[in-house]
Design a binder for this molecule. Structure first.
Ligand SMILES: [Zn+2]
Length: 446
């Protein structure tokens, strides 16, 4: 395979599904489309979540090898120790590390998780997990002041999107996106760069906040409404800002447009811990004091409890194993049998009207050749992700119409996009292969 000689620009659109870019808005986004000579659907990682998907793409490692199974992790063998993913957990070499070793300079903006920033041959601005603009969020560290002088205000990493105030979300999205493109344009104009990797989180936020107003297939689509065009308008904004940015990108640059997963309508949230209680696998010492209470470790009667779960776009289930958890009850010899029985029961869960669900249940070892870090015992996609998981308890029903973490209209879907102008590409089989296989040529290893 021949190498790409010129610059490479990777535009990451978080959560962008083929439906929007290849179908609904086809012909409307001239700048984005000019970068999509070859278009494919791209399967995400297990789980199809922002962390680990982008960093799996950037390293070519599976989530199991990275030890990243989502945003939050439970320390194995503990009831209450948890941590949020960050860049320190990423020990594998990233595509920009590889480029750097070849003497190439990278601009990396918004790739999750890159906070806290690590040294890079080039320039980095960290991602939406950055706790706030008071932290150090750039490499080199003095780039931060330059960014803030340029903007006249602190950098914007994310918008609060799980809110009923849709006007505020919209304003926040526009403001964040304009600020991020302004910074990108400045970097593109003032630096000698070879590789640019930008991830826009705004597309994900727009989908979560506005999908039900946009998609007539959403169970709560209200009919024609004042927010039905927010998602298309947002993509048009991105297309316009991209057009302005491309004025400053040299001719001969090659492009990749890629997403980490897709999106589809959310049908509801399933209260996984209430289900485990009904199955008598989870026992409380006292009843929750209000509907939708968080399940805290001190509420659980551990001497009787065999399993508990976490909420999210997918459910993580943990088992209370003798010799592993402090008050474990499942004999290690019974572990495999217990897992098999529980998987079967979970797959038999039906929807609120008795309808069949396409629930998928896996042990991490079934999904990944290596499982580093703190994997859960089971990973569950209720009704193939249409139902998210709610970890809270005390609800009148196990079937919740809304996300227990605030309004949310979309869930993640398996299929994202991969498109490129690079003639000598190979079709990546999934997110993990985008750089290692699909465009191995750009790192001179193809
Ligand atoms: Zn994402």
């Amino acid at each position: 395979m021949s190498m790409v000689d010129g610059k490479i620009f990777v535009l990451g659109l978080d959560c962008a599904p083929p439906k929007i870019l290849y179908n609904d808005l086809r012909g409307e986004l001239e700048n984005i489309e000019s970068l999509m000579t070859y278009k494919y659907e791209l399967p995400s990682t297990h789980p199809p979540i922002t962390i680990p998907a982008w960093i799996s793409m950037a390293t070519g490692k599976t989530p199991g090898e990275l030890g990243l199974y989502g945003f939050r992790h439970r320390r194995l063998g503990s009831y209450n120790e948890m941590y949020i993913a960050n860049s320190r957990m990423v020990r594998a070499r990233t595509v920009w590390d590889v480029m750097g070793r070849q003497g190439k300079r990278s601009i990396v903006v918004g790739v999750p998780p890159t906070y806290p920033p690590k040294p890079i041959r080039g320039w980095m601005i960290t991602d939406f997990i950055t706790p706030g603009p008071d932290k150090n969020y750039t490499w080199p560290p003095n780039l931060k002041r330059e960014v803030e002088n340029l903007l006249g205000h602190p950098y914007i990493f994310d918008v609060e999107f799980r809110s009923h105030d849709k006007e505020k979300i919209k304003r926040g999205l526009w403001r964040m996106t304009e600020a991020q493109f302004k910074v990108l344009e400045h970097l593109v104009k003032t630096r000698e760069w070879d590789f640019l990797f930008y991830v826009l989180i705004g597309t994900d936020r727009a989908h979560h906040a506005f999908w039900k107003f946009y998609d007539p297939d959403h169970p709560k689509y209200p009919g024609p409404n004042k927010y039905e065009d927010v998602i298309p308008e947002y993509y048009r904004l991105v297309d316009k800002l991209l057009g302005d940015l491309l004025q400053h990108v040299p001719r001969g640059t090659e492009f990749i447009v890629v997403s980490d997963h897709g999106a589809k309508p959310m049908k509801g949230a399933f209260a996984v811990n209430q289900w485990l209680m009904e199955e008598e696998l989870l026992h409380l010492k006292k009843k929750p004091d209000k509907p939708g209470a968080d399940l805290r470790p001190d509420m659980i009667d551990w001497e009787k409890t065999k399993a508990w779960g976490w909420g999210g776009y997918y459910a993580r289930i943990f088992l209370n194993v003798k010799g592993r958890e402090p008050n474990g009850v499942i004999d290690p010899e019974e572990y495999e049998g217990f897992i098999e029985d529980l998987k079967k029961k979970i797959k038999e869960i039906r929807g609120p009207n008795g309808e069949r669900w396409e629930t998928k249940v896996y042990t991490p070892r079934e999904l990944y050749p290596i499982t580093n870090g703190d994997p859960p015992d089971l990973m569950v996609y209720f009704d193939d992700l249409y139902w998210r998981s709610a970890g809270t308890i005390g609800w009148p029903s196990m079937y919740l119409e809304e996300n227990d973490r605030g309004p949310d209209d979309a869930v993640h879907d398996w299929i994202g996009i991969f498109a490129t102008t690079i003639k000598h590409h190979r079709r990546p089989a999934n997110v993990t292969e985008v750089f290692t296989k699909g465009v191995a040529l750009l790192t001179n290893t193809g």
